[in-house]
Design a binder for this molecule. Structure first.
Ligand code: NAI
Ligand code: 15L
Length: 273
């Protein structure tokens, strides 16, 4: 497969979309931007909802690949998740299939497996990392929609030959802001490295990877990401002392701390930020 150059970035107005708009052009990509919201300073960005199939057909025309970040990124009522994340992702894959797009990078989430008990004793090098084949345990309708997206991607590979790298992203923000995030943080620079690897690795078929930096307190297996050529360079550890002093260590008896998904596992979910 020739290296993709023109890449559709959905969700380009969002937090991660904004970070990746800044970082990905250095890898040589021409980004076509799409979001339901207009993007200041980007007059060529496509303003369209994922329910607008005609707009999606136009948006995918002549792109080499798609990075699909658009969608609701936290818990929400099921009807909203259904429209944006489930039907919206289906609409995008259908547009990709019709246009012959060969590669999608799908922003999945750790919340597809959020009810997985977190490893108890980190940092211990190599200790009980969450494996790649851990069973799905969504912690929210949001996490359920990411499980759906992963299976949709797998189906479109098996049936239509569209390759996907699904990235179960941890927390991609400029800095970690909670003690939990010390384990799952993906620095923006490592996020761009991982997206580049996911766009350019050969013969990925359908591949699922965890998305984080090389954190000292890492909770999961990064081997499938590394197999794509991803070499993370960052580690959340420099933020650890300050965050632990402010918030304390993770308490295994606290339900917000017991599972990978953290506060998404409580009912209703509460947000630590
Ligand atoms: P965000 O909420 O900041 O951005 C999402 C963007 O999608 C927004 O600009 C929004 O307007 C757009 N959008 C939502 N529904 C849409 C629709 N129906 N049609 C068109 N555009 C729509 O989220 P963030 O943090 O940038 O995350 C990006 C993606 O990565 C999301 O899919 C999220 O679920 C996933 N993710 C992000 C993580 C993170 O730490 N930032 C962690 C795990 C997954
Ligand atoms: C996600 O999936 C969310 O989109 C993001 O906003 C963070 O909350 C992240 O997970 C997390 O688990 O920290």
């Amino acid at each position: 497969m020739p290296a993709p150059r023109t890449v559709l970035l959905t969700g380009a107005a969002g937090g991660m979309g904004t970070l990746m708009r800044e970082l990905l052009p250095a890898y040589g990509y021409q980004l076509r931007l799409l979001d339901q919201l207009p993007i200041e300073g980007e007059p060529d960005a496509i303003t369209a909802d994922l329910s607008d199939r005609d707009a999606l057909r136009e948006a995918v025309r002549d792109v080499d690949a798609i990075i699909h970040l658009a969608g609701i990124s936290l818990e929400a009522p099921f009807e909203k998740i259904l429209r944006a994340n489930i039907e919206g992702t289906y609409n995008l894959y259908e547009a990709a299939r019709e246009a012959g797009v060969r590669r999608v990078v799908f922003a999945s989430s750790n919340h597809a497996v959020g009810f997985t008990p977190r490893p108890a004793e980190t940092p211990v090098p190599g200790a009980s990392l969450i494996p790649l084949d851990t069973p799905r345990r969504p912690d929210t309708f949001y996490g359920l929609s990411k499980s759906f997206g992963e299976d949709l991607a797998s189906l479109y590979w098996d049936k239509h030959g569209i390759e996907t790298v699904a990235i179960r992203i941890g927390s991609c923000f400029p800095e970690p802001t909670t003690v939990r995030m010390l384990s799952i943080w993906m620095s923006p620079a490592d996020g761009a490295r991982l997206l580049h690897a996911a766009l350019t690795a050969e013969n990925v078929g359908y591949t699922m990877v965890y998305g984080s930096s090389a954190n000292t307190r890492l909770w999961w297996d990064l081997s499938s990401a590394r197999a794509l050529g991803y070499e993370p360079r960052d580690d959340s550890e420099p933020y650890a002392a300050k965050l632990i002093a402010e918030q304390g260590e993770l308490d295994p008896d606290n339900p917000d701390h017991a599972y990978l998904g953290g506060a998404f596992c409580t009912n209703p979910p509460i947000w630590p930020r």
